[in-house]
Design a protein around this ligand. Structure first.
Ligand SMILES: NC(=O)c1ccc[n+]([C@@H]2O[C@H](COP(=O)([O-])OP(=O)(O)OC[C@H]3O[C@@H](n4cnc5c(N)ncnc54)[C@H](OP(=O)(O)O)[C@@H]3O)[C@@H](O)[C@H]2O)c1
Length: 304
């Protein structure tokens, strides 16, 4: 148990950040969960306090850092909707790149530890099985702003880990943020489901991401690290697995290719990640989709 040192979790009101707030508080960190617009999504717990920050404004970030003086910053907050980033590239650059650079600089100057959340979307998806030595090749604004943020962190001289995450699933604050929730919601509302046949990811359970962060928080910065589940899956297979785990295997769905869906911006097809480096360095390893979804379904029927 660490001794009540202060940690700042940006995006403490977000899907993944809310898990990280709880997990760090459980091992003894005094957690400050930062929110932008949704204070009510910061988990209520005795060792978690909510704090407002506007990541688009350096002054707001500086004020929060100077009042909390965190030993650890877990930076999960981001503008992560692809379409939103295309429509407001300057805001995406401020929130995703500039704010990250500000946090990294503060960590270097104040000897604090930074764990920064990046994404598999820094790749163009033409190859798949990407390792940390593959150069980023982003094809949209979101990917570019995150790739630039990674660079700023890695060049800052701060003690840092940069986690490139794959698709995350699990219950979220608000109940609609994660992919598995959206599938189940569509089933409940009798909406027709549609899954991509040629988009590949390695889904990872949100609780497993948080467990890795707890382990990383007690280590030195590890630099760039791919964090993903062991199963490389198409969206169709993941959708099918979700339906099966929750007893909806009879539900029919449409299958489309990314080209047929013709989305703006274009989405990278194969974003599967090679996670050998993380497996070699960490004791906590993310579970497979079958176990992860099984756990969620069991939890749901226990609460029903
Ligand atoms: N979810 C995934 O499958 C996935 C996959 C790969 C990588 N990632 C990365 O993992 C991280 C967390 O993702 P997530 O799914 O948890 O995101 P999320 O649920 O969309 O949460 C985003 C968080 O960022 C905060 N935020 C956004 N703009 C802000 C601003 N201007 N000022 C202050 N806070 C702001 C939001 O606060 P409010 O809601 O309070 O406004 C929210 O807490 C992101 O960096 C993302 O790029 C996620």
């Amino acid at each position: 148990m660490v001794s009540m040192r202060p940690a700042l979790v940006t995006g403490g009101s977000g899907f993944i950040g809310s898990y990280i707030c709880r997990a760090l508080a459980e091992v003894g960190w005094r957690v400050h969960g930062a929110f932008g617009r949704h204070e009510e999504h910061v988990p209520p717990a005795s060792r978690i306090r909510s704090v407002h920050v506007d990541l688009a404004r350096s002054g707001s970030i500086a004020r929060v850092l100077d009042s909390i003086r965190p030993h650890l910053i877990v930076h999960t907050a981001a503008m992560s909707a692809l379409k939103d980033c295309e429509q407001r590239p300057e805001m995406a650059r401020l929130v995703n790149t500039k704010a990250t650079a500000d946090l990294a600089d503060w960590c270097r100057q104040n000897d604090a530890h930074l764990i920064f959340f990046s994404t598999d979307q820094v790749f163009d998806g033409s190859e798949g099985s990407y390792s940390e030595s593959d150069p980023p090749s982003p094809i949209h604004v979101y990917g570019r702003t995150k790739a630039e943020a990674e660079e700023r962190v890695l060049e800052s001289g701060a003690t840092a880990s940069v986690l490139r995450l794959s698709l995350v699933y699990g219950p979220s604050p608000g109940g609609q943020r994660s992919h598995h929730e959206q599938v189940l919601l569509a089933v409940r509302q009798n909406e027709r489901l549609r899954f991509f046949s040629d988009e590949y990811r390695n889904p990872i359970l949100a609780a497993d991401v948080a467990a890795v962060v707890v382990e990383l928080a007690a280590m030195e910065g590890l630099g760039l690290l791919h964090l993903a589940g062991p199963d490389r899956m198409s969206r169709v297979d993941f959708g099918r697995a979700i339906l099966r785990a929750f007893g909806h295997e009879h539900v029919d769905f449409d299958t489309v290719t990314l080209a047929e869906a013709n989305m703006m911006p274009r989405r990278p097809p194969d974003l599967s990640l090679d996670t050998s480096r993380a497996r070699g360095l960490l004791t906590r390893t993310p579970r497979g989709v079958r176990d992860g979804l099984g756990l969620l379904a069991a939890e749901e029927s226990r609460l029903a």
